[in-house]
Write a protein that binds this ligand. Structure first.
Ligand SMILES: Cc1cc2nc3c(=O)[nH]c(=O)nc-3n(C[C@H](O)[C@H](O)[C@H](O)COP(=O)(O)O)c2cc1C
Length: 171
């Protein structure tokens, strides 16, 4: 039997939030055309050959059933001038289609929504799903990448806030 931890969920979140991350916008489409759109900072690259990446999604999100049955997923690495997209895609209570209504997008391979203003995009097919606690790790076999030259730095998330990489954090 596992011992009860000596910390609560809030403290755990605060400690994990001290790790600064980039911010991605994930979109997905199922065979019947249902779309998902959500903000994700649990993205990481996994393998170079073959090209694989992963992200984690909570099983409580409304995007979860779409992501776990989707044919195709796209991951957009957001820049600082896309904070509005990150905020919109993190809004609970909106469907994927409603979130996409507020942003500029085009259909990509198999109809997966692509956000053309994004400096770096990876798209591919869902590989393995690994359930761990209240999240599922989604592995993606990447078959499309797109780079758009930009001088705008990446959007970052640190201690619960969107920040510019050089921003000082007020106490
Ligand atoms: C910066 C940031 C990063 C996030 N990263 C994740 C993540 O990695 N996995 C996740 O499941 N939710 C993450 N979220 C929360 C989802 O974006 C949010 O719950 C969203 O509303 C899910 O939408 P849905 O309930 O419509 O699916 C993040 C939110 C923010 C603001």
């Amino acid at each position: 039997m596992m011992a009860e931890p000596l910390f609560d969920t809030t403290e755990f979140r605060q400690v994990c939030g001290h790790f600064p991350t980039g911010v991605t916008a994930v979109t997905a489409v199922t065979a019947d055309g249902t779309v998902a759109a959500l903000t994700v900072n649990s993205f990481t690259s996994v393998s170079l050959r073959p090209a694989k990446v992963l992200f984690c999604v909570t099983s409580h999100s409304s995007s979860f059933p779409v992501l776990t049955t989707s044919d195709r997923i796209a991951i957009h690495i957001l820049s600082q001038n896309q904070e509005d997209v990150a905020r919109r895609f993190a809004t609970s209570g909106l469907s994927g289609a409603e979130k996409l209504d507020g942003v500029s997008w085009v259909p990509g391979p198999d109809g997966v929504p692509l956000l053309p203003g994004t400096p770096a995009i990876l798209a591919g097919r869902r590989d393995e799903l690994i359930t761990s606690g209240d999240h599922v790790i989604i592995l993606l076999d990447v078959d499309h990448v797109h780079l758009k030259p930009t001088t705008v730095p990446a959007l970052s998330f640190y201690r619960g806030r969107f920040v510019a990489p050089s921003d000082a954090i007020a106490e």
